[in-house]
Every structure is written in structure tokens, then in C-alpha cells.
Design a protein around this ligand. Sequence first.
Ligand SMILES: N[C@@H](CCC(=O)N[C@@H](CS)C(=O)NCC(=O)O)C(=O)O
Length: 224
Amino acid sequence: MKLYFHPVSTTSRPILLLAADEGIVLEPQIVDLFKGEHRQAPYLAINPSGQVPTLEDGDFRLTEGSAILKYLAEKSGSRAYPAEPKQRARINEIMDWFNTGLYRDLGYGMVYAQTLPDYMYADAAVQNATLARSQQKARRWLDVLDRHLLDNKKFLCGPDLTIADYFGVCYLTLGEVAHLKFDAWPNITRWVNTMKARPTWGKVNEGFYQYFVGGYKDGKFMSL
Ligand SMILES: N[C@@H](CCC(=O)N[C@@H](CS)C(=O)NCC(=O)O)C(=O)O
């Protein structure tokens, strides 16, 4: 199987974490986002959305990080994606929560809006008002994550690691690019530390810390 990805990519990192933990062999194909390779014809023929990741398994092509993660977990029989319907539904629910809620306001609204030109507003008043709204919404998602989803639980779905944890922790740590601090949310801090202590974290996230977090280390950002 071939994975088109980029090491800094938030939507690719959960897949790399699962693959590293489960020993899933993926032929790596880096799509150079910094050089705009994802917007050029050869890659657009593979993924018309011009985004990473994309998985190729023989003649089966799959896009969307969340779908790829579920497919690989199911195919490899990973214990991190139990087949029991209610357990699986809970995992899917939490992944959707991150993807459509927290990621929108924390990732797009606060991180991309302060780092990637495509997501910034030229008018300072619009930019500041938009950031302030995202900040308020991101705080609300973080409260829910801390007080409900992670309350009295080692991992998002209980005592055992699931693919929701791989997924969620990558979306949350994206905040480090814009120097966002999560100290005010103790359950989140504990869970992130648990995930970062896993043996595969460092290697998988090397590129993210070097190029994305490192690239903005001297930036000034709106805090949470
Ligand atoms: N909905 C897609 C979004 C993928 C996505 O946003 N990928 C980013 C990297 S994290 C990308 O390729 N960005 C380049 C662009 O949108 O121009 C998914 O969840 O996989």
C-alpha cells in the first residue's frame, strides 16, 4: 500500500502513528506541500481535492485521513478499532467530534488563520474579530474535551487506546504551532503527555516539530 502524505500534515500524522504501532507497511510517497506539488496535475489526477493524505491499496484509492485510519485499522485487525458496534460507534463519534468541531475552530480558526496566508484576512479588523470568535469557540471545545470526554478516563474511549486517540492528539497538538498552551485543562494535559510518552511518538512527529512548529518558533500569536 502506498501513502501519499507530508510529515507536517495533521491529517497524515494519525495514520503514521497507527502504522508505526501496528507494523503496517506503507510505501511512503511524500507530496511536497511547501513546493505546491499537491496543486500540480500529477497529484490532482490522484486526489482531485489536492490534499494529503491519499492511500492506494492496489487499484483502490482512498482519501480523507479519518477514512484511511479506519480502513487501515480494520484491515490490520487493530485492537485500537474494536469491531463491537457500540465501541466502534463511540470511536467514530469522537473522531467526528474532533474533525468537525475542535479542528475547525482550533486548527483552522486559530492555527491556520495565524500561519497560512490562505486562511488569513488582509483587513486587520476582520482578522482580529475572526480570531476572537475562534478563540472563544476553541475554548468551549477544550472545556468539553477536558470535563466530559477525558474526565476519569485514561484515553478518549476508556482505559484502552483507540484510533480516536491517534486522531485527536494530532489535531490538538497542531496548536503547538501557534504556541497554544493547554495547561488550564488538566485532563487534556495528562492525556497529551500519555500519548507523547508512547515509543512511536517522537519518530513519527519529527518532521512536524522540525518544520511546522520549528518554522513558527519566533512568531507572535493570539493565545487561548
Ligand atoms: N478533509 C481532508 C483534509 C486534508 C487536509 O487538509 N490536508 C492538508 C494537510 S494537513 C493539505 O493537504 N493541505 C493543502 C491544501 O489544502 O492546499 C482530510 O481530513 O484528510
